[in-house]
Design a protein around this ligand. Structure first.
Ligand code: FPP
Length: 259
């Protein structure tokens, strides 16, 4: 269990017992989460949307810790989409600041707990301050071998595929590749997620039933788990519930049921 983490003390022993009820042979390697419902959560409380984003960042802290304790290998969370720039400027600025503050405040704990940070998205378009934090977080945690926390920032699934196709086309033009060498594996290797397994489980809180341009290519055979609960109310207990549900499912990847 995490030795030291964040001031809000959760009952580590109870959680550890709960985690032990999971089938240890079928822990999803990669869990992806669309952290949705921050705005609605805040509005229900008569508060501005930004209050919900603060609460959502807090939830992320708890869920990173839980995923690590459970033994998940990769956790990818959707922090900001390529479409989120359409939001009011104040909300965009607040989100950028929250991401930057999050990296600042968590980096030490992440390091102590062997978490490696990765980032996916059009990172070069982010404010310079956020880019600097990203580089620092990646560098400082590069040698860690525990949970990979993969933050999707200015990320869009379509933009990611476009980016991969552009690089591949360039290689074909330069004679480094022939078109018949383009296959699923080659495309995988040109995505932002190169080297990571596809998500086994995708969690979407807040009741919306869509992928919202998240990991479109990678989620071809991902199991979905949806809940009406808004992200700020999401808990380690719900993560366990999602994993238990996942563990009951039969994954066929287009094949037939095992006899
Ligand atoms: C979707 O909820 C959430 C976002 C667009 C931002 C997610 C960001 C965080 C959880 C906090 C900051 C991130 C980090 C990495 C610290 P919404 O605003 O669309 O909610 P709504 O659908 O209820 O309006």
């Amino acid at each position: 269990m995490w030795k030291k983490w964040f001031s809000k003390k959760v009952n580590d022993e109870n959680l550890e017992n709960l985690y032990n009820t999971l089938d240890q042979d079928r822990i999803p390697k990669h869990i992806a989460i669309i952290m949705d419902g921050n705005g609605r959560w805040a509005q229900k409380r008569g508060m501005p949307r930004t209050f919900g984003h603060h609460a959502g960042a807090e939830t992320l802290r708890n869920i990173v810790r839980a995923a690590s304790d459970i033994g998940v290998q990769v956790l990818t969370t959707y922090a900001f989409s390529t479409e989120n720039w359409k939001r009011p400027r104040d909300e965009v600025n607040l989100l950028m600041k929250l991401i930057s503050d999050y990296l600042d405040s968590e980096i030490e704990e992440m390091n102590q707990n062997n978490v490696r940070m990765r980032f996916i998205g059009k990172l070069a378009e982010l404010p310079q301050g956020v880019q600097d934090k990203i580089v620092e977080s990646q560098q400082r945690t590069a040698g860690n071998t525990g949970l990979i926390l993969n933050l999707a920032i200015n990320y869009g699934g379509r933009a990611e595929v476009v980016h991969a196709v552009q690089i591949i086309a360039q290689k074909v033009l330069q004679g480094e590749l022939t078109p018949d060498q383009i296959d699923v594996d080659l495309i995988n290797r040109h995505l932002y997620t190169a080297g990571l397994p596809d998500p086994d489980l995708l969690i979407r809180p807040s009741g919306d039933l869509r992928l919202s341009n998240f990991l479109l290519w990678q989620s071809a055979y991902t199991e979905l788990w949806l809940t009406d609960i808004n992200w700020p109310d999401f808990t380690p207990e719900l993560l366990v519930e999602a994993i238990k549900d996942f563990q009951k499912r039969e994954r066929r990847f287009g094949g037939l049921k095992k006899k």
